[in-house]
Design a protein around this ligand. Structure first.
Ligand SMILES: [Zn+2]
Length: 584
């Protein structure tokens, strides 16, 4: 009687407060078990690599195995992705990641965060991918500018063993900055943390989920030090009121989030070893490196409204390391037990893989002359092929000029038809396109280093939209797009991640405030440029003595007012080579 009265009063109180009379889904003193399985940043890796590592076929086997194990212990699984399914492997890119999405259906993914690379194609492609996917692609913070409406489903609800679990999608607000600008004319990215707060409050009011998980694509930055990137998972967890998010399943920074100590990730995480996820402000933060190398496994129990992480691990998917045997031969040894490939998945993916391989041989464009990429040229003189590559980089990033190591150009392109395979021979390394905004004074310092890299080395710099004279120590007569360099003006430079991180002894630029890694793969950028501008005219990219070399200042005694002596022999030889190469 008394009990009944109390309950009635509570219901009355709730009704007065205007809260919906939807009780929590959980039952008192019942232990609920559920497991979150997660991956992120697949980047086109539906197929295993040449060493038989990762791939959706082995992933499917392991997901099933864990699922049966969890079910046998009275639990249920929720499979989430932290996004960036697109971009990275030509066989996938050429098919708009259809094999990847269909493969994810077969694995049994429940939901996915939309990553920045989901915008590497026009929105129509992403809409098609949503149709292929039998799971929702979530993002709460992406809006259409013109209508002010959300472009994607913001969250999804799941019932696991009677527990109501909400999954919210969030996407880095860096997406427009690092993506292809032409695709963002009518799209705007709101701040994820602000959006998350509003969405959680809305969910709490109307849906009353027992557990709230954010599937994000924002990056994990140790202790919230996000540098030139937009704030990531750590910053969001700290900014939100405690208890708003139970867990963040992340992506984007492509790290195994396994903590060495508080706020510091392990730098060289070894596959198969224990992994302690991050925890900020009561929110667990996880990420499973990249490419399907791991499945992250988080086993939770839920009792009387309290969520406990019982166990966490990163399960390696056929990751191997190279071992040199006593006889000098090389073997690739598994870190953990070999995982068989799921036959149904192989049946699904094999035709896609074959089709992708065949498409590499399809014509993407043409050129009316030889594009010079021979090792004996690109390390000695400016070449027309390097100019094509750098032009592609400038066009994609809106840069004023571009620079790269000559050694990064690996093959020539012959006159006639061009295939994607030809492009991949020229740029096989899968570096990403980056850019940085610098003052003219900084540009001069940068050029002084790279323009004086030794001829006849991989570091020898190739330039586009730059003319200068290098004297062994510094540079002068620097012009960008034909105009004299101005110390106070801001210039945008495009280059490759390899050089940006100090490759070939180039100055490290990744720490500069104006630095952006677009994530676009070099060969894909070149491919699209060729597609767009074919037939290419080789002569339009011919160098015209823009880069000149003088004798090293230290090697001669010169008076300040005396024009520097030319390093004649080398200079003439270089000019001849340059002229020679432009004849091709
Ligand atoms: Zn990303």
């Amino acid at each position: 009687m008394l009990l009944l009265k109390k309950k009635t009063l509570t219901l009355l109180a709730l009704a007065i407060l205007g809260a919906p009379i939807a009780a929590q889904a959980w039952v008192k003193d019942r232990v609920y078990k559920f497991t979150v399985l997660h991956t992120n940043d697949h980047h086109g890796r539906f197929w295993q690599n040449e060493h038989d590592e990762y791939g959706l076929a082995a992933q499917k086997t392991m997901m099933d195995q864990i699922k049966y194990d969890v079910q046998a212990h009275g639990g249920a699984v929720l499979i989430l992705s932290g996004g960036d399914i697109n971009t990275g492997v030509p066989e996938s890119d050429l098919q708009d990641a259809e094999p990847d999405f269909r493969g994810m259906n077969l694995v049994g993914y429940d939901a996915m965060a939309i990553g920045n690379h989901e915008f590497d194609n026009p929105l129509s492609v992403l809409r098609q991918q949503q149709k292929w996917a039998k799971f929702p692609l979530l993002s709460a913070n992406i809006y259409q500018k013109s209508t002010g409406k959300r472009l994607f489903q913001p969250w999804a609800l799941f019932n696991r063993m009677g527990l109501k679990i909400a999954v919210i999608g969030l996407t880095t607000d860096d997406t427009a900055k690092i993506g292809n600008p032409e695709y963002f004319t009518d799209i705007v990215f709101h701040k994820p943390a602000t959006e998350a707060k509003a969405v959680v409050e809305e969910l709490r009011q109307h849906e009353k989920p027992d557990v709230i998980i954010a599937a994000t694509h924002m990056g994990h930055y140790d202790n919230g030090n996000h540098g030139s990137n937009a704030p990531g998972d750590v910053e969001m967890a700290r900014e939100l009121p405690a208890g708003y998010l139970d867990m963040i399943v992340g992506g984007h920074s492509q790290d195994p989030v396994c903590m060495a100590k508080e706020n510091v990730k392990q730098s060289d995480y070894v596959p198969g070893t224990p992994c302690q996820p991050d925890r900020q402000n009561g929110t667990w933060i996880v990420q499973a490196h990249e490419w399907g190398k791991y499945i992250g496994r988080a086993d939770f129990t839920f009792l009387n409204g309290k969520l406990t992480l019982e166990h966490y691990e990163l399960v390696p998917i056929n990751l191997r390391h190279k071992v040199t045997n006593a006889d000098g031969s090389v073997s690739w040894i598994n870190y953990t037990q070999e995982i068989a490939k799921n036959p149904a998945m192989m049946k699904l993916l094999t035709p896609f893989q074959k089709k992708g391989e065949a498409q590499l041989n399809v014509k993407i464009g043409s050129v009316d002359g030889h594009l010079e990429g021979d090792r004996s040229k690109v390390r000695f003189v400016q070449t027309n092929l390097a100019r094509v590559i750098l032009s592609a980089q400038m066009e994609r990033t809106g840069a004023d000029f571009a620079v790269m190591s000559g050694g990064g150009v690996r093959d020539s392109v012959e006159a006639g038809d061009i295939t994607y395979k030809d492009v991949l021979k020229v740029q096989p390394f899968g570096n990403t396109l980056v850019y940085v905004d610098m003052k003219g004074s900084e540009v001069e310092k940068y050029l002084a280093v790279v323009a004086n890299k030794q001829v006849d080395s991989g570091a020898y710099a190739q330039f586009a939209n730059v003319s200068l004279t290098a004297d062994g120590n510094g540079v002068h007569n620097v012009k960008i797009k034909g105009e004299p360099l101005q110390a106070d003006k801001t210039y945008r430079m495009a280059t490759l991640s390899f050089n940006a991180t100090g490759g070939d002894g180039y100055p490290v630029i990744t720490q500069l405030p104006g630095y952006v890694n677009t994530g676009f793969v070099d060969a894909e950028v070149l491919k699209q440029y060729i597609e767009k501008h074919s037939p290419l005219q080789a002569a339009a990219f011919a160098p015209h003595d823009e880069i000149l070399y003088q004798q090293k200042a230290a090697a001669t005694e010169q008076k300040a007012d005396e024009p520097p002596k030319k390093w004649r022999l080398a200079r003439i030889e270089l000019a001849m080579r340059e002229a020679w190469s432009s004849l091709f």
